[in-house]
Structures are given as structure tokens and as C-alpha cells.
Write a new protein. Structure first.
Length: 595
């Protein structure tokens, strides 16, 4: 058994920075067993479940024992759970059992094909789920490669007794051991399983702790899906290393009622809470003075903004509106990351205004070189996503020649760090192409190709993101980033919300480039007359032409919730293009009209 007198606080913090997550949980369950680790809120913002550090360890230990009775180390275990705390104890139990967790969304009718592909690809033979989920999934996989999946009912797993023993900390855990498979969205191809190791997790969790100067007093509120990297790693695993309290809720709760998120930050005096850029837009669009009466956000010290393009106007609008509640714009922490790097890549410094760069949009599109605007009309304001977090090395590389580019030069973002995942599960070709890149003239070191375009600004050494390489539309020799056009569409009229459009290109039968905007309308606009739809098209077309100098070949309107997005809220342009070309999009108003 541990001896508390053997560990001073600095020594404990040092140890917790090196242990695997489940080892940190064992040590914390011994140090402060009765401290609350998780609280879950329902759609009304009410507490429905809580777990202390010891309760979390005891329940996870029971899951590990149940798995080890049935399977060998290294097996992949599917986790099918609705939002709640039952998921995290099963996830940690997989760690303790030496097995790889495969978190996944519930197998609804719309997602069944994706679920089957992931089960087949991962080779999982077992799934843990609540009884209700098992009943609903009964027969869903019949006739597929997943029909032989064994199910373990989560309610049938009890709780271990007592405190952790010394060996539960796994002081010398194998950092190369597979921790879990994080599957990509698979919007236009089969989803790929990112192999995140215990060592990857340890490095990235320590990176976040040190970059943001987080402590056991940095309580947090998170709402992202638990099967997505931000919700899983930042919202549920990071607290274990920090020793703080994490308040969790479902994404649908926050998207429908962002006031509940802000109320929770105030009520629990959370210092750390955030999400993609769109959630801050929603918190402005759906602001309710009545619901936020008495809310005090002065406790909020760090508001990560990542997983999507960060917009300066979003930061300004949110900060201005919520200043009356004590929110400080210096709280914003624009950051950048991706599943293939485990999670966070750039962030900080903290307690400073977010960095901004005003560049010439035309020069950016044609020369891949960052310059000041030659005319106010060409000014494009970008937000810095933080400095490379130690120990990440970031290279800006020409995607065609693989030559390294200097500061203020646009290129593909390449990464090198022990936080970079081990590759894609059983996909050596994709692993080599994405994780095995080498810079021209610099042999011997491999990099992760992110597929994101950006630059390091010489003035502040921050990373600026300019869009996805695969989504870039080439028009008249210029590189157009769909995110910028989508933002212009959303800003064109109050009738549209942010993240309401998908812009993509395709070539017609005569090989002419066409640019399409698929625009999602809210419920109040869906029953508009044909003339109103026509007026909206003309307005969108005019705004895009004036701002970007390109014509939209086609504009189509979609009903609410028809715009396909990833679990983190990113627009799936490839999937939208595929559905558009196949004629599988449900359209509102008149048929698409060429510009």
C-alpha cells in the first residue's frame, strides 16, 4: 500500500505527469478518494450523476476485471454509450485491462453502416453498453460482419472494493501500448482508426497542463461528445491528471440552450471551458438576458477555441455581449489540434489578447506568401491559434515539392512530436502517406501531414490556419478556401446561422469548374415562398461575388439539420459534394439555378 508520507506535493505532481492516465487515477483515488471528479448535468442543467476519484477507480477496476476474465490483452473493445458517466468508467477499465477502447457513437439507423465498418476494421469481438442500448441494437447488425459481436451489459458490472495498491499505478507502463482507436469521420471513404498510444496520451495531457498552467483548482465544464477527442481527452481524461472537478453535459443540451453551459460555468466557478468556434456564435445568436440574469463569468480564465476556423468577429461579438457577465476577451485561447496528433498542437500564451494578422486575401490566394493588404477591400483578418506547444515541432511545407517554407509563407502544416499517433490501424499505405512524410533535403526525420494549410507569422510566431488542403477550390488560378465563402454566406443575412453552409467545387461534363453552396435554413425560413428563396439566393450571390470575386454556380437550400458535420462540428464538405452529385440531398424552395 502507498505511504502518504513518502510523497511530497511537488513529487506527486511530477509523478502524475509521467504516469499513464489509469495510473494517475489510482494515485489520486488514494490521495483524495472522496473528492468529486465528475458531475453530469441533464438537459435542464440539473445534476443527475456524480463520481468521486475513488468511485471512478473502483468502477473502472471492476470493468477491467470483467474484461480480463473473458479476453486477452490487446483486444479491441467497442463502447456504445449515451452521454453520461458510465462511458468513462468503461473506457478507463479498458486501459486497466490492457485492452484498446473503441469509443463510437450510438448505432442509430443513420449511423449503422459506419458502425459496421468500424467494428469490422477494428476487429473488435466485444461491446460494452447499457441494457437499453443493447435492446435497441438487437438485430441491427444481422447479416453484417458485426453480427457475432459479444455484448457485455454495463449494469451487470459492479464495483471493486478498497483502495488502489501500489502496483495499480503501473509505474513503468509501456508507452507504446495501444490505448484506444479514434476513428475519423469517414465522410467520403471508410473511417480510419487513429492509433493513440499510452505514451501519446501522457505527452499531450502533460502538454496541455503545462501550456495552460492548469492545476487541481482549474475546475472545468465540457459538453463535447465523449467519443470525440476534445470531449474525451480534454473533458474527461485531463481532469484525472490535474486532480480537479469536471462538469459534463451533452452536446445537444448546449447547442439548443447555450445558456445552460454558461450557467454551469458560473454555478461551479469553472476556470476552464470551451469548444469549437461555432459554439461561441450560438451563444451570441441564442442569447437570453433572462436566463443569464445573475450569471457571473469572471471565474472563467481559459476558453479554448479550436477544432474549427477561429473567427475574429466571433471573439469580438461574444466578448462584447458577455462582458456584462464578467467575461474578459483575454480568456479566449485559440488553439489547433487534430486526432492524428492525439489532440492539442498549438496553444497559448495565456492571459493575453488573441493574436491577429491582417493579410492581403488576393496575395494569399495567388502567391502563397503573406503580405499586408494592398487595398482595404483585400484585407482579411486571421486569428492566431497559439504557439507550438512544447515539445511539438511544426514545419510549413510546400505540399507539392515537400520543400520547407519560412515564416509568413503559406504551406501545409507538418508535425513532429511524441504526441503524434502511431498511425492508422491496419492501414500501412495510409499510415506511410500521412505519418511518414519527409521534408525535401532533410532525410531521417518523419512528419505527420495534417492536410491543413497555414503559416507561422514572423511577428508573433503563432500558427495561423487558412483551410483544408483537400477542400481548396482552384478558380482562375486562385486558391479559394471554402470556410471563407461559408462565413460570408452566414454573415450575409440574419436569417442564417453560423456554420449553416457547405461550399465545394466539382467539374461538370465539360470539365468546367463549378462552385456550389448548400445552405441550411432554420425552421422559420423553411416555409418561405419561391420568391423569398430567390431573393435569398440573389443576396448570397451578390455578397460572395463582392467579397471573393467568384460566382456561385449553384445555390441550394436544405432543411434544418441536413448539413452534415463531424462529431466536433466541422462541415463535411466531401460528403456534401457526394450527396449533391448523387441527387440525395433534400432540397427546399426552387430547384438549383445556375448563377
Amino acid at each position: 500500500m502507498f505511504q502518504k508520507s513518502q510523497l511530497t506535493r511537488p513529487e506527486t505532481l511530477s509523478i502524475l505527469g509521467e504516469l499513464p492516465v489509469h495510473g494517475s487515477l489510482a494515485l489520486r483515488a488514494w490521495l483524495h478518494p472522496d473528492k468529486r471528479l465528475y458531475t453530469f448535468l441533464n438537459e435542464q442543467g440539473e445534476e443527475t450523476d456524480t463520481l468521486t476519484y475513488l468511485e471512478t477507480w473502483q468502477r473502472a477496476r471492476a470493468v477491467a476485471d470483467a474484461l480480463k476474465e473473458r479476453y486477452e490483452p490487446g483486444e479491441r473493445i467497442m463502447l456504445f454509450f449515451p452521454q453520461g458517466l458510465d462511458f468513462i468508467v468503461s473506457f478507463l477499465g479498458c486501459f486497466m485491462a490492457g485492452m484498446a477502447a473503441v469509443p463510437i457513437n450510438l448505432p442509430s439507423r443513420r449511423r449503422i453502416d459506419r458502425c459496421v465498418k468500424i467494428i469490422r476494421d477494428s476487429g473488435a469481438i466485444c461491446a460494452i453498453a447499457p441494457q437499453k442500448v443493447i435492446e435497441n441494437a438487437d438485430g441491427a447488425f444481422d447479416g453484417t460482419a458485426a453480427e457475432d459481436l459479444e455484448w457485455i451489459c454495463a449494469e451487470d458490472i459492479g464495483r471493486s472494493d478498497g483502495l488502489p495498491e501500489t502496483e495499480d499505478c503501473e509505474w513503468h507502463s509501456d508507452g507504446g501500448r495501444l490505448a484506444f482507436l479514434q476513428y475519423t469521420s469517414g465522410s467520403t471513404s471508410d473511417p480510419k482508426g487513429v492509433m493513440v498510444t499510452q505514451g501519446n496520451l501522457t505527452v499531450n495531457l502533460r502538454l496541455m497542463r503545462d501550456t495552460w498552467q492548469l492545476t487541481e483548482e482549474t475546475d472545468m465544464v465540457f459538453w463535447q461528445p465523449h467519443h470525440h477527442d476534445m470531449g474525451l481527452i480534454m473533458g474527461q481524461l485531463l481532469p484525472i491528471v490535474l486532480g480537479n472537478h469536471s462538469v459534463l453535459m451533452g452536446p445537444n443540451t448546449v447547442v439548443r440552450q447555450p445558456s445552460i453551459w454558461l450557467q454551469a460555468i458560473s454555478r461551479y466557478r469553472a476556470a476552464f471551458a470551451g469548444g469549437p468556434n461555432f459554439i461561441y456564435d450560438i451563444a451570441v445568436e441564442r442569447y437570453s438576458a433572462d436566463k443569464l440574469e445573475g450569471v457571473d463569468l469572471s471565474c472563467w480564465k481559459l476558453a479554448p477555441n479550436g477544432a474549427d476556423v477561429v473567427r475574429a468577429t466571433t471573439l469580438d461579438r461574444f466578448a462584447k455581449l458577455h462582458a456584462k457577465h464578467g467575461f474578459d476577451i483575454e480568456t479566449f485561447q485559440p488553439c489547433y489540434g487534430l486526432a492524428e496528433a492525439t489532440l492539442v498542437v498549438t496553444a497559448g500564451p495565456i492571459r493575453r489578447l488573441p493574436s491577429r494578422a491582417t493579410v492581403d486575401s488576393n496575395e494569399l490566394k495567388t502567391n502563397r506568401q503573406i503580405r499586408s493588404p494592398s487595398h482595404p477591400r483585400n484585407a482579411l483578418e486571421l486569428v492566431g491559434c497559439g504557439e507550438p506547444a512544447f515539445p511539438f515541432e511544426i514545419a510549413i511545407v510546400d505540399p507539392d515539392t515537400h520543400a520547407r517554407r519560412g515564416h509568413d509563407a503559406l504551406g501545409e502544416i507538418w508535425l513532429h512530436c511524441d504526441s503524434v499517433a502511431a498511425g492508422y490501424w491496419k492501414n500501412p499505405e495510409a499510415t506511410e502517406a500521412t505519418f511518414g512524410a519527409m521534408i525535401d533535403g532533410e532525410p531521417g526525420k518523419t512528419y505527420l501531414r495534417t492536410g491543413d494549410m497555414g503559416f507561422i507569422h514572423a511577428d508573433d510566431l503563432q500558427l495561423y490556419i487558412c483551410g483544408r488542403l483537400k477542400d481548396v477550390i482552384i478558380w482562375d488560378g486562385r486558391n479559394l478556401h471554402p470556410e471563407d465563402i461559408e462565413y460570408t454566406i452566414a454573415e450575409s443575412t440574419p436569417a442564417l446561422s453560423h456554420q449553416s453552409a457547405a461550399v465545394f467545387g466539382y467539374h461538370d461534363a465539360e470539365q468546367r469548374q463549378r462552385i456550389v453552396a448548400a445552405v441550411e435554413v432554420d425552421r422559420s425560413f423553411r416555409r418561405s415562398t419561391p420568391q423569398e428563396f430567390k431573393d435569398m439566393k440573389n443576396l448570397i450571390r451578390r455578397c460572395v461575388s463582392e467579397e471573393h470575386g467568384v460566382p456561385l454556380s449553384e445555390i441550394v437550400f436544405l432543411p434544418p439539420n441536413a448539413l452534415r458535420k463531424t462529431t466536433s462540428g466541422k462541415v463535411q464538405r466531401g460528403l456534401m459534394r457526394q450527396l449533391f452529385l448523387s441527387g440525395d440531398l433534400e432540397l427546399l424552395g426552387s430547384e438549383p439555378v445556375a448563377a
